[in-house]
Write a protein that binds this ligand. Structure first.
Ligand code: E4P
Length: 214
């Protein structure tokens, strides 16, 4: 499974890239609003640090305007993927952008029907937001399971990005279900690395190493 970082923060992205586990980055307007640099400069810098796709979100609402905005974002760097919220206008724009070879990440997906339409319109990625479903007592992972199965049934090439990840278990369950990608906030990525028994084990080995005759 590919791991993306769900962040617009350069330090976090640089750090996770240095671990050798970074396959891509997703941003959104809320994440970008926390950074002090301009949106375009930030996306350019993120693209330079990231080996794979970097999602930058369109804020236009009409298809024609989404396409114009997307083309301009796509010019920032070759690895920009255009995030577009699912909807009729978003689907129209996705169809046009797909024809131009511009990668679309269809975002704010909360149903399998939405994911299927996104794939048919030519989205390269769909992003089901599982944490936000869990937040309202629905089953986010059940949605991932259904989308993965439908895409497999018809050999759809669109990749499933499990988004709105809240904890390490979300990442593991997404991997068990065969989701292509999980986009993970920095805090959750850090939790994936650690295990208390690893820390205890290292401490114990170091203590015993001090007793070894050298
Ligand atoms: C994904 O692409 C989104 O940026 C993100 O996962 C949204 O997560 P949130 O529900 O924690 O805001």
């Amino acid at each position: 499974m590919k791991l993306f970082l769900d962040s617009a923060n350069l330090e976090e992205i640089r750090e996770v890239a240095s671990w050798g586990v970074l396959d891509g980055v997703t941003t959104n307007p809320s994440l970008c609003s926390k950074e002090s640099v301009t949106f375009e400069d930030n996306i350019r810098a993120i693209c330079a640090l990231t080996p794979g796709p970097v999602s930058a979100e369109c804020v236009s609402l009409e298809a024609d305007e989404i396409v114009v905005e997307a083309r301009s974002l796509a010019r920032i760097a070759p690895n920009v993927a255009i995030k577009i919220p699912i909807g009729v206008e978003g689907l129209k724009a996705t169809k046009a952008l797909h024809a131009e070879g511009i990668a679309v990440n269809m975002t704010l997906v909360f149903s399998t029907g939405q994911a299927l339409l996104a794939a048919k319109a030519g989205a390269r990625f769909v992003s089901p937001f599982i944490g936000r479903l869990d937040d309202i007592a629905e089953d986010g992972m059940a949605l991932v399971e259904e989308i993965v199965q439908v895409f497999e049934n018809y050999r759809l090439e669109t990749e499933v990005i499990v988004a709105s990840v809240r904890h390490p278990r979300h990442v593991i369950d997404a991997a068990r279900l065969g989701a292509d990608i999980a986009t993970v906030p920095y805090g959750v990525m850090a939790k994936l690395v650690r295990h208390p028994l690893t820390d205890i084990g290292v401490e114990r080995f170091l203590a015993d190493w001090r007793k070894v005759k050298k």
